[in-house]
Ligand binder design. Structure first.
Ligand code: CTP
Ligand code: CA
Length: 218
């Protein structure tokens, strides 16, 4: 990474990155979330900043340090993430959706702690906005839009579907069934897909991989 410090090939570029999980609140003490650590998104933010970009990081709750020079906006729910991303998107040259955004959120939030009863309990969920898809619909030609795809089966087929349906320029496919790269790992193994290309990269530390991703995109 040291020699990357000298590389300023993202100078004058504005890079917007989302990272981490979201938390969909049920009541004052409970939420729905997922195992995302935020490490891949933070590594991308750090790499872009090293390379001279102006970086905005929209982050769900994580344990991670904000990379040097990065402007971080903390959010909790998917709806907050959507709002903050939409505010920043028009200024971004490159946008990478690395966050694990909840697909569903409780239909109702209970201001009081929900009390248990003797009967079973079910929670009604409604769909959240697909932020990446929304960005794909409003993006300009001069903007680059990158998404991730977390798949446990049919990696390439499912990731290609996401590339098409969300109108992203690239999808970075992650095989979450691979034990080496389970959620929270410092390493990842990815395949970068575009309309007419596919590039699989070897298992590697997320910090190095982040630079390889920018090498590839640039
Ligand atoms: N994404 C998003 N908004 C959502 C859900 C997902 O912007 N509400 C983005 C993620 O940040 C990621 C991409 O869409 O870049 C793919 O996310 P993923 O969970 O793999 O796919 P989904 O389209 O949500 O489909 P599914 O979970 O059913 O596989
Ligand atoms: Ca999803």
């Amino acid at each position: 990474v040291e020699k990357e410090l000298m590389k300023k090939d993202l100078k004058d570029k504005k890079v917007l990155i989302s990272a981490g999980p979201t938390r969909e609140t049920i009541d004052p003490v409970r939420f729905l979330s997922n195992y995302s650590s935020g490490k891949m998104g933070y590594a991308l933010a750090k790499a872009a900043s090293y390379r001279g970009a102006e970086v905005v990081l929209i982050s769900g709750p994580t344990q991670l340090k904000t990379p040097l020079g990065v402007k971080k906006i903390e959010v909790e729910k998917a709806s907050e993430m959507e709002k903050e991303i939409l505010k920043e998107f028009k200024n971004a040259d490159i946008t990478i959706m690395a966050a694990a955004v909840a697909d569903y959120t409780p239909e109702n939030y209970s201001k009081e702690k929900i009390k248990k009863g003797d009967a079973d309990f079910s929670l009604k969920l409604k769909r959240t906005t697909d932020i990446l898809k929304k960005l794909g619909e409003i993006k300009r030609k001069d903007q680059l839009l990158v998404g991730f795809a977390a798949e446990s089966e049919n990696l390439i087929k499912n990731a290609r579907k996401k590339l098409d349906s969300k109108k992203a320029d690239y999808i970075i496919a992650n095989d979450i069934s691979d034990k080496n790269i389970a959620f929270g790992s410092d390493k990842n193994k990815i395949t970068i897909l575009s309309k007419n290309s596919s590039q699989t990269m070897p298992l590697e530390r997320k910090e190095e991989l982040a630079h390889k991703i920018f090498d590839y995109l640039i």
